[in-house]
Design a protein. Structure first.
Length: 321
C-alpha cells in the first residue's frame, strides 16, 4: 500500500516531477536551501507501500489487511506493534526541507504516549509476522495521545538519512495498557509520509487571496509506480482542512471516494489507491468547499509485469469550475 514514484515515473512525468530537481539544481544550490523563508513548497503526501501490525501473543499470524492498525504496549506478551513502509525512490534528499509522519487515530479517549521508531528492515504486509520481523530501530519521535483525531511527528532527520535507500520504514510503540487503533490503508485514511521539497521562490507565484487561489486551482491525474495506485497532482488549492477526491465511471457512478488533508504548498502530490477498477475511462472529481475540479483519465492494461493496470498520462490539466 503506499504511493510512490519510480525512476520510470520520473521519465514519464517530466513536467510534473523531474523539473523539481532540475529547477533546484540550476537556480537554488543546496546551500541556498538552508534558508527557511525563500522557498516555494512542493509537498508529496505518500501512502504506505505496506502497513500491518505485529502481535506478540500470536506471533505467527499475519495482520496486514485490516482497516485498523492495533497498538498496545503492556503487558509485553500481549503487545501490538504497527509497522508501516513507504517507497521513496523519486525524492532527492538534496532538496528535502521537512518530513512528517502522520497517523489518524480512531480510538476513544486514551491518554498515553506513542513513540515512532525508524527501521531499515523491509517487509511485505501480506506475509509479515512478529516471529519473522526484527524490530531493531531507534526512537526518532514521540507524542502524547489525548483524544486527538491525528498525530503528526517530525521525522525529517531520519528520512533525509535514509532516502538514498529508496524506502522508509517505521514502527509504533506505546505505554498504553488499552488498545489504540490507527487507521490503515484499507480504511481510506492511511498513515502518511509527508515530504516538503523546496523549489524556486518567486513573487509572481504567490497568490494574495483565497479567491484567486481557487480560480487558478488545477488537477492532473498521473501514473504511479506502485500497483493499484495513481497520483493526484494539485496546484493552487486553498490550504487547510480536508477535501475529497471521487472517482466516477463512464455512467457517473462513484466507484471510489478518498479524503485528502490539504497542506500548505504550491503543488501537492497525493498517492491514492484506485481500488478494484477495470480498464476504461474515468472522471476524477476534487471537491473542497467551493472549489471543484474535474479531470478525465484512462486506466489501461499495464506492460509492467508487476502491475495489472496503469494510468494513461496526459499533460492536460483541468482548472477549477
Amino acid at each position: 500500500m503506499g504511493a510512490v514514484l519510480s525512476r520510470n515515473y520520473w521519465l514519464r512525468n517530466e513536467l510534473a516531477m523531474k523539473s523539481i530537481a532540475l529547477i533546484c539544481a540550476l537556480v537554488c544550490p543546496p546551500c541556498w536551501l538552508q534558508s527557511q523563508d525563500n522557498c516555494d513548497k512542493m509537498v508529496f503526501v505518500e501512502s504506505p507501500l505496506h502497513d500491518a501490525f505485529l502481535s506478540s501473543q500470536h506471533d505467527s499470524v499475519n495482520y496486514g489487511e485490516l482497516p485498523v492498525l492495533q497498538l498496545r504496549g503492556v503487558p509485553a506478551k500481549r503487545s501490538l506493534v504497527p509497522v508501516i513502509g513507504y517507497q521513496v525512490e523519486h525524492i532527492d534528499p538534496a532538496y528535502v526541507k521537512n518530513c512528517y509522519f502522520k497517523i489518524y487515530t480512531v480510538s476513544k479517549k486514551k491518554v498515553c504516549n506513542i513513540d515512532v521508531f525508524g527501521m531499515r528492515s523491509n517487509f511485505d504486509e501480506r506475509e509479515v509476522t512478529a516471529r519473522h520481523l526484527q524490530l531493531d530501530g531507534k526512537k526518532i519521535a514521540s507524542q502524547n495521545l489525548d483524544n486527538q483525531p491525528f498525530l503528526e511527528f517530525d521525522v525529517t532527520d531520519f528520512v533525509k538519512e535514509n532516502l538514498h535507500t529508496g524506502s522508509i520504514q517505521f514502527y509504533l510503540q506505546t505505554d498504553s495498557k488499552k488498545m489504540v487503533e490507527v487507521a490503515s490503508s484499507e480504511s481510506g485514511l492511511c498513515p502518511e509520509l509527508i515530504i516538503e521539497i523546496c523549489s524556486v521562490s518567486t513573487k509572481s507565484m504567490q497568490v494574495s487571496s483565497a479567491k484567486a487561489v481557487a480560480e487558478d486551482a488545477t488537477m492532473s491525474i498521473l501514473p504511479n509506480a506502485q500497483a493499484g495506485k495513481l497520483t493526484v497532482e494539485l496546484a493552487g488549492v486553498p490550504p487547510g482542512g480536508f477535501a475529497d477526491v471521487m472517482i466516477m465511471n463512464e455512467h457517473g457512478q462513484i466507484t471510489r471516494k478518498v479524503p485528502l488533508a490539504i497542506r500548505d504548498g504550491r503543488v501537492l502530490y497525493h498517492s491514492i489507491e484506485y481500488g478494484d477498477l477495470i480498464p476504461g475511462h474515468y472522471v476524477a472529481l476534487f471537491r473542497k468547499g467551493r472549489v471543484m475540479i474535474k479531470n478525465q483519465f484512462v486506466l489501461r492494461p499495464s506492460k509492467d509485469a508487476n502491475k495489472l493496470l496503469e494510468v494513461e498520462w496526459t499533460a492536460n490539466k483541468t482548472k477549477s469550475q
